[in-house]
Design a protein around this ligand. Structure first.
Ligand SMILES: Nc1ncnc2c1ncn2[C@@H]1O[C@H](COP(=O)(O)OP(=O)(O)O)[C@@H](O)[C@H]1O
Ligand SMILES: [Mg+2]
Length: 306
């Protein structure tokens, strides 16, 4: 059974804008799934259809084995909306209690405290929403999404208001959720977060899915830039190497070291390294370009990463 299976989900908003066009996606249970795409791609619309806030114009979906419109499916969902506002006069713990009541979940004060601890709001249960920054409110929103320990949580841009530490903490939280078997579906345009935690990704643009698959395939399937740190690279070795990799470039540091920059598929790396080693070159590091996911994202969207 899949956690989510969409069958041609389509949304045409009144006025004629097609936000999602025949979306077929499947999300495995227990994985962290990242839906990537630029602003206006249709990510929020897709989540809203899955949780029942937007009526699809066509298509259907199954959520945890149930038709997505059934209460049995909704009962197992947690949701962090992209734009959320909690009543500013409520205390953080009251927000949780309120949502627990709405969801029909029994929740003890201890459980509320544990939930707040979990999202990095330790000791702040008695503070009012009014006094929370956007980032703290987003953490509270995450806690709300986790009320009742749902089997599937859908998070729409969960880290958009967070600073780098907050993002890191949320990525740890997502991994914790995965470790306990929860399925996480997240929307993001912040590629670095996704790169760290997602098992699979889909890329959507203009309401259409351009790619769906494992993150590994997305990143390592095609050629990408690698930096190779070496020592003992002679001019002769370099010119031989350059014949095999005409687009490669090199920079000598003048102290016996050099950095080769080469665009190559992951599968081609062992061959390159073997050639270097056979020529007496000492290889210290082979590092893929850090902007790889960004590069992949842009190239898939038909934009030149350079
Ligand atoms: N309620 C709405 N009415 C009309 N158009 C909408 C509505 N919500 C979103 N849209 C449009 O649908 C497209 C997809 O929006 P959205 O799903 O919010 O994208 P994303 O979350 O990827 O930024 C956009 O062009 C947006 O302007
Ligand atoms: Mg959105």
């Amino acid at each position: 059974m899949k956690a989510i299976q969409t069958l041609g989900l389509t949304k045409v908003y009144p006025g004629g804008r097609k936000a999602c066009e025949a979306i077929h996606l499947s999300v495995n249970q227990g994985e962290i799934f990242g839906l990537l795409g630029p602003n206006g791609a249709g990510k929020s619309t897709l989540i809203k259809m899955l949780v029942g806030l937007v009526n699809p114009s066509a298509g259907s979906a199954r959520v945890l084995g149930f038709p997505f419109t059934e209460l049995a499916a909704r009962r197992q969902l947690g949701y962090l909306p992209e734009l959320f506002r909690y009543p500013p006069w409520l205390k953080a713990q009251e927000v949780l209690a309120f949502h627990a009541r709405l969801a029909g979940v029994e929740q003890s004060p201890d459980e509320r405290t544990a939930l707040l601890d979990r999202v990095g709001l330790h000791g702040r249960g008695s503070e009012r929403v009014r006094s929370f920054s956007k980032g703290l409110q987003q953490r509270l929103g995450l806690a709300v999404a986790l009320v009742g320990e749902p089997a599937l949580v859908l998070l729409d841009e969960p880290t958009s208001a967070l600073d780098p530490i907050g993002r890191y903490e949320v990525s740890l939280l997502l991994q914790e959720l995965r470790a306990q078997g929860t399925t996480v579906f997240l929307n993001s345009h912040l590629l670095s977060d996704v790169e760290k935690v997602c098992d699979s990704v889909a890329l959507i643009d203009g309401g259409r899915v351009l790619y769906q698959g494992s993150l590994k395939d997305a990143l390592y399937g095609g050629a990408r830039h690698h930096r190779v740190q070496v020592e003992n690279l002679t001019e002769t070795t370099w010119s031989t190497l350059h014949q095999s990799y005409p687009a490669a470039t090199v920079q000598w540091d003048g102290k016996g070291g050099a950095e080769i920059s080469v665009r190559i598929a992951r599968t081609g790396l062992p061959g390159l390294i073997a050639q270097l080693v056979a020529a007496g070159v000492r290889v210290y590091e082979v590092a893929p370009d850090h902007s790889s996911l960004e590069e992949w994202f842009l190239s898939r969207l038909g934009k030149d990463p350079q």
